[in-house]
Each structure stands twice: as C-alpha cells, then as structure tokens.
Design a protein around this ligand. Structure first.
Ligand code: ADP
Ligand code: MG
Length: 476
C-alpha cells in the first residue's frame, strides 16, 4: 500500500499556475499507461490545487476516488509522478469539507463526511496502520455494506462466522473463490474488520499474494527470511488475497506452506481467496491444495438482477447521489458480469452529475455509458453475423445458409458459424439449425478450424477481428 494521503479540507478552489502545469504534465504521462476509459473515469474529474515543496495536492470528487485510484493504479501513479514531476514527488488527495461555500447545494456532492464509520482520522495517515497490529485493512469493506444475494450468501455467512470467531470455527482455512470483481476482497477485508471488534489486541494481516511474493523475494535478497517468517506467523488472522498469483512461484509457495502449518497448529485463522477452485489452479503445490481442503471452500458467483439493483442503489446512496429507478435498472440490466463494472458505471454517472450539477436522466445515462454497454452487453444476433459475413465475402445471404459446399462459400459459412458461437452465446445445435440445418458436429468442426486458421494465419486473424468489430457495431 502506498503512503499517499487522503485529507478533507476547506478547499480554496483556484489552483495555482504551477499546480495546473504540473497536473497537466502528470496527466499527459499517466495517460500513456492507462486505458482511455480508466483515465477518463478516474483522472479527468480531478482538479489540481497546489504544487509546493515537491508535493502535489489534488481535489478528488470523493474519498472513493482515492480508494479506487490507490487500489487499482498506485504503481502507475507512482511512476507518472516520478517521470513527470521528478523523483520523490508526493501526492495528496483532498476532498471538500461540506462547508456550504465550495459545494453547490443540489445535488449533494460526494463528500467524505457520510462515509462509513468514523474513519476520517485514521485515513489521514494510512501508513500509521502499518505500525500497529492491524495491517492493510481498509475500513470501507464491511459486512454491513456487502449486499447479499443467492450467489454470495453462503460465502458471506462463512466469512461472517469466521470474522466473529477467528480460529474458533471449523472453517479453517477458509477459501473463497470466484471471478473478478465479485466481492472476494470485500469479504476478506470484512472478516478482518469484523474480527477487529472481537479484541483490541488481535493481530491481523491482509496481504495480496503478489505483494506477499514480492516481500518474500525481497526478504531472501536481504537475508531477512527469518523475520519474514516471524512476521507472518505472529498474526492471529492471516488474510491472503488472490492465491492464484502464487502459481509457478515454488519458493514462495514453500514458505507459505510453512507459515500455514505454523499458524494452523496454533489455531490461528487463515482465509484465502482465488479466482478458481484450488484443484484447478495448475501449478499450485499439491500439499497446499490438500491443506486448503481441510477447511471450507466456497464460491461466489455473478450477482443476479435484484442483487445488482440493490448494489447500484447502495453504492449511489453511499456517494450521496439519487439515481432514478429507471437508471438503476438500466445499469443493472447492462452490467451483469461483475460488481466492479457496476460501480464503474455508477461512478461515471456520479462524476458527470457532480460536474454538471444536475440529475441524470435515463437518456443521459444511456449516452454516458454507451461505450461501456455496447460492446459487452447488447446481445448479438445470428442474423447480424450472417449479414456482415455475407457482405464481407460478397456471398449472397441465402447461399450462406444453403447446402452448397462450393468454395469460397463454404469457408465463409464456417467463419459465420464460428463467429456465431463466439459472439451470440448460442449452442452448437442452435447455430447448426440456423445455418442450413447442419449437425452440431459440423459447427464444432467449423469452430475448431477457424481457431486453428487464426492461430496460423495473421491475415485471416486480422480479418476476423475486423469482422467482429463490424458485427459489434452493427449490433448497437
Ligand atoms: P474481487 O476481489 O472479487 O475481484 P472486490 O471485492 O474487489 O472483487 O469487489 C469489487 C468492488 O465491488 C468493490 O468495491 C466491492 O466493495 C464491490 N462489491 C462486490 N460485491 C459486492 C456486494 N455484494 N455488495 C456490495 N459491494 C460489492
Ligand atoms: Mg480482489
């Protein structure tokens, strides 16, 4: 975790010229290392305030920006600061205190005063948490702000039980697995925050596996392996996030195995997360997989519609913004795969609303989110694939679904079938039916052949990419 600070202050809104120039420099640099959308969502709404004594102070719309940027782009920020403003430049994130001067009355801007649980003082100096017995816990992640749904209720219940009585349940170790952005880190951190309430002296360490690995490598290089081992075996609750990052790291896995055994023998609690069930993590030490099986393994799936709506509502109310039911439903309908995307969508609307000082209507929401919605979520019809492929290969549409095996019609048909499988989310049988009542094995053969052509023939692979882009844009 970086030592960059978040503060609240009564902001003097006019930035100095130095600050403007420095911020522009910084933005130009970081922009090169980030996807356009990430830059626009997270960095565009920021305003520079001051640049003095090698310290840049910026104004963020809410504390959430700070958490998100530091949680996702800390290393990019670090590098861009050094590259654009010189080594050792510090960055302070600042948000307005709601004093009625700098903040327009309606809609309520996003402020930190309404953030959960009296966290302000602690947040001022994040690095101080490292010195205590609670390491890397972020008090935004709580059970109380985790929305329960059918896909996460079992995992949530197990986590809550462990948080209330670490080391004393049968769930040791506990492993939660599931795809990206489904709430694994949230639950893991919530366990820590819950356990914190059980005792003043409990010692907790949250660490992601890649940082764990880096620390271990560093400890070896500096001949500090013993203190590394001691640090991790002296905790009551070890929260290790994303163990898939240990795959292929044999030395680190061995060390973790030893730490695991030591903690386990002392009835200390271990909680892990991963993106797959442990058995499917090829390259994870069998002994570790078997140890993990001693406890409880549970999964967390993508949220259903109602849960998504509830998450959107909760999230927007935490950020002090009212979204109409129509807008909430629109977001929930279109961002189905993970909660992080849902949040990204809400955040974009919030940024717009706080900059324009207006409420978001459904047409505006559609417009603001089109680039996120269209490619990922609008269903693609086989008719569109049919039409785009026919046009591209200049084959009459009815020939593409006829029985003829004449070249190049047959090749175009194979590509159309393969793309239908890839883009339309339909079965081999459905695609076969559509393209001239062909058997599912014919479709499977087409799919495999096209994949193999693509891997061998860069020109064809480029053509396929172009076709996919056309199909997607025809589908908006
Ligand atoms: P993962 O670790 O599985 O990739 P995270 O825990 O980082 O996912 O979740 C991504 C974001 O979504 C976080 O901001 C988290 O607080 C939020 N989130 C995920 N699931 C839920 C939920 N059920 N209720 C509320 N917020 C959630
Ligand atoms: Mg995570």
């Amino acid at each position: 975790m970086s030592d960059r600070l978040f503060i609240t202050e009564q902001i003097q809104d006019t930035p100095s010229d130095e600050a403007k120039a420095a911020w522009l420099n910084f933005c130009n640099t970081i922009q090169m290392s980030l996807p356009v959308q990430a830059f626009q969502t997270w960095f565009s709404p920021i305003q520079p305030l001051r640049f003095e004594n090698k310290t840049m102070t910026i104004k963020v719309p809410s504390r959430f920006y700070y958490d998100w940027i530091e949680g996702h782009y800390a290393s990019h920020v670090e590098k861009a600061l050094n590259d654009s403003l010189g080594d050792g430049t510090k960055l302070i994130y600042s948000a307005s205190k709601n004093n009625g001067h700098t903040i327009p009355e309606k809609p309520l801007p996003i402020t930190v005063s309404d953030m959960p649980a009296a966290a302000e003082e602690k947040e001022v100096d994040i690095s101080s948490t490292n010195k205590s017995n609670i390491i890397n816990l972020n008090d935004r992640y709580l059970f109380s702000n985790f929305i329960e749904g059918p896909q996460n209720s079992f995992a949530r219940a197990a986590c809550l039980a462990v948080g209330k009585a670490p080391g004393k349940t049968r769930y040791n170790p506990l492993l939660i697995y599931g795809g990206v952005g489904l709430g694994k880190t949230h639950l893991l951190q919530a366990i820590g925050n819950e356990a914190r309430k059980t005792s003043n002296s409990i010692s907790i360490n949250y660490i992601s596996s890649d940082v764990f690995t880096k620390e271990f490598v560093d400890a070896i290089q500096r001949d500090k392996r013993d203190s590394f081992f001691k640090r991790y075996t002296s905790v009551d609750l070890l929260l290790l996030d994303d163990v898939q990052f240990l795959v292929g790291r044999e030395g680190t896995q061995r060390e973790f195995f030893n730490i695991f055994n030591d903690l386990y023998q002392d009835s200390k609690q271990i909680v892990l997360t991963s993106d797959k069930p442990p058995r499917d993590l090829d390259g994870l030490d069998e002994r570790l997989v078997s140890r993990i099986g001693w406890g409880l393994v549970c999964d967390i799936g993508p949220p259903d519609f109602d849960t998504r709506v509830a998450i959107v509502k909760k999230f927007s109310s935490e950020e002090n913004i009212d979204l109409s039911n129509d807008v909430c439903n629109f977001i929930a309908e279109n961002f189905t795969k993970n909660v992080r995307d849902l949040q990204g969508a809400v955040l974009r609307l919030i940024a717009h609303s706080s900059l324009t000082n207006s409420e978001i209507s459904l047409p505006q929401a559609r417009k603001l989110l089109t680039d996120l919605v269209k490619t990922k979520n609008i269903p693609i019809m086989m008719e569109t694939v049919h039409q785009v492929v026919s046009n591209h290969f200049d084959v009459k549409p009815d020939l593409l679904i006829s029985k003829t095996r004449v070249q190049p019609i047959a090749t175009a048909r194979m590509i159309a079938m393969a793309l239908s499988i890839r883009l339309c989310g339909l079965s081999l049988k459905q695609v076969g039916e559509y393209f001239g009542r062909r058997d599912h094995t014919t479709v499977l053969h087409a799919k495999k052949s096209v994949e193999s052509w693509e891997s061998k023939d860069p020109e064809l692979s480029a053509t396929i990419k172009r076709l996919i882009r056309s199909i997607e844009s025809e589908s908006i």
